[in-house]
Write a protein that binds this ligand. Structure first.
Ligand SMILES: [Zn+2]
Length: 555
């Protein structure tokens, strides 16, 4: 083979390796002796960031994971002056650090000392430990600025997801939520900053120079993902959920104009920095906003009301009589409501009236609205084929299950006078706003188109009914003084054991609706599940969230 060709092949392979390998920066920056020195270099250098990866930001550019450079303990095994002495000191003064001799002592291979690579030691934000370690002046154990991905103020944990290792891979990757779904966009190629000790030729740290952080410039490969979430509203939602003692459930806030998610929180929660000890307890890994579905209960009456008003089966003033039960289908009301109008039947959530209305609509018309127009499909192997199935479906039991996002999307349609947006792929169309690469921001998904599901007349009648529900009916605890609100409560049975869930879905303010919210509570700390009740427990969560958002806007 001609020499020139061999040369070209070698150059080409080197370039190719360089471009695809994560060691690219080291090869270029550290020079051609990298291959020999790589281990040597790795024992002395350390990426100044936990993950080689773009950030996940809120709509205003604020990190949702609370990613930041924080003073962090970094241990460089190769640079420790006396391992046994240091371990003794740590055991005596900071026993909670729990460092193993094996992690820092060199191994001997072919008579050569091989040192472990540097690593970080997490102590949260315990400043006392950081100060103590700094004061030791131990060259191999230092406190330096280091970018950790998840901080104490990490928000929307279940929507963001977490990092982990798949199939025994050595490369960490996104395991759930946006971290997983946007892995290819977030994933970078090399650190943007590295920490390196300043040493002489013999590998001793130069007195007084210590460490420095090398800025390697932007990693072209990685992008930030900008979500539609507003971290201020997200914080409000999480605070209210915790203050109200919601230990299982989900809350979502939609922007009515765009249909985008402004906030979404699930409980229970896990710690993204401590999965080993916090993941998998009480289903805390479950995201309860987008993909999680349960019986809607009476909030589902909104759909039957749309169908009945639009089809001319009822007007808000049509009179009904409730005896307290529909004997054929074991559907009951808490009491006999007596004579009431259709509007009052919604206000008091009268099951008997709604079953009667739904049965006069019939299977075809119910399916036209629930399935075709609103896109809510029956659970597998269920349908509205019998009158009994229709009776249960109408009051949100047995036949249909919905996610909080689906309910918030429906109440947003009500607030928009019947202009509906399909959910499509909500992780992409409702949660991600843009992708940012360097200074370039590109819109990610287009806002789904609106289609008008029902007439303006029906829209206005329905809004008046749902407003009355909050003014004087079952949604009283969701009424917002000075601004008003409209919506519906729900208390579906979880099972045949007398356990309930509490739902509320509504929008506010009445004049120019801005926020559509769905609240699902499956468990409140200290409360028996048989006592959960939509109007009593979920309604006030909606009210509190809206009131705090309004205060935020007025600031
Ligand atoms: Zn009734």
């Amino acid at each position: 083979m001609p020499k020139r060709l061999v040369f070209l092949i070698v150059i080409f392979s080197l370039l190719f390796l360089g471009i695809t390998s994560k060691a690219f920066y080291e090869q270029i920056i550290m020079g051609p002796t990298y291959a020999i020195k790589s281990l040597e270099i790795r024992t002395k250098q350390f990426p100044a960031e936990e993950y080689i990866r773009g950030d996940i930001l809120d709509r205003n550019g604020i990190s949702l994971t609370d990613a930041a450079f924080r003073p962090t303990i970094i241990l460089f095994p190769k640079l420790i002056t006396n391992v046994d002495k240091l371990l003794e000191k740590i055991r005596a003064e900071i026993p909670q650090l729990n460092i193993n001799a094996k992690e820092i002592k060199p191994q001997y291979r072919n008579g050569k000392k091989i040192y472990p690579e540097p690593f970080i030691i997490r102590v949260g934000e315990d400043n006392d430990i950081l100060i103590k370690i700094s004061s030791w002046n131990e060259p191999g154990l230092v406190v330096l600025p280091y970018k950790t991905r998840y901080g104490n103020n990490s928000l929307a944990v279940h929507l963001i997801g977490y990092m982990g290792y798949k199939n025994h891979s050595y490369e960490p990757q996104g395991m759930m939520g946006i971290e997983a779904k946007f892995e290819e966009i977030l994933k970078g190629d090399r650190p943007e900053k590295i920490i390196t000790p300043i040493t002489d030729a013999r590998n001793n740290i130069l007195e007084g120079l210590g460490y420095r952080i090398l800025d390697l410039g932007r990693d072209e490969q990685r992008s930030d993902v900008i979500l539609s979430i507003d971290s201020r509203i997200q914080k409000i939602v999480e605070q209210v959920m915790d203050e109200k003692g919601i230990i299982k459930g989900g809350v979502v806030v939609l922007d009515i104009d765009s249909g985008q998610i402004l906030a979404g929180a699930s409980r229970p929660i896990y710690d993204q920095n401590d999965l080993d000890n916090t993941m998998g307890f009480d289903d805390n890994q479950v995201e309860r906003i987008i993909d999680y579905k349960v019986y809607p209960g009476s909030i589902f009456k909104i759909l039957t009301a749309v169908a009945a008003l639009e089809e001319g089966i009822v007007t808000p003033e049509t009179k009904f009589y409730c005896t307290g039960s529909s004997p054929d289908f074991r559907v009951k009301c808490p009491r006999a409501h007596g004579e009431l109008t259709f509007s009052e039947a919604m206000e008091q959530s009268c099951n008997v009236t709604f079953v009667q209305v739904g049965l006069s609509l019939g299977r075809e018309k119910l399916e036209k609205y629930i399935i075709e127009k609103f896109g809510i499909h029956p659970i597998k192997n269920k349908s509205l084929d019998s009158p009994e199935a229709r009776a249960h479906g109408i009051i949100g039991q047995v036949i249909f299950e919905v996610s909080p996002l689906e309910m918030a999307n429906i109440i947003a349609t009500v607030a928009r006078d019947g202009y509906h947006q399909e959910l499509l792929d909500p992780w992409k169309t409702r949660l991600v706003k843009a992708v940012k690469t360097g200074d370039k921001i590109e819109n990610y998904a287009e806002i789904p188109k609106y289609s008008q599901l029902y007439s303006k007349n029906t829209a206005q009648q329905l809004k008046a009914i749902l407003t009355a529900t909050n003014q004087r009916g079952s949604g009283k605890k969701a009424w917002i003084e000075g601004y008003g609100s409209a919506g519906k409560t729900g208390t579906p049975q979880v099972n045949g054991l007398g356990e309930y869930m509490a739902w509320y879905t509504g929008y506010a303010p009445l004049d120019k609706p801005k926020y559509a919210i769905a609240v699902l509570i499956e468990k409140i700390d200290g409360l028996n599940e048989s006592d959960l009740q939509g109007g009593t427990h979920a309604g006030p969560v909606f009210k509190e969230i809206i009131e705090r958002i309004i205060k935020l806007e007025e600031r």
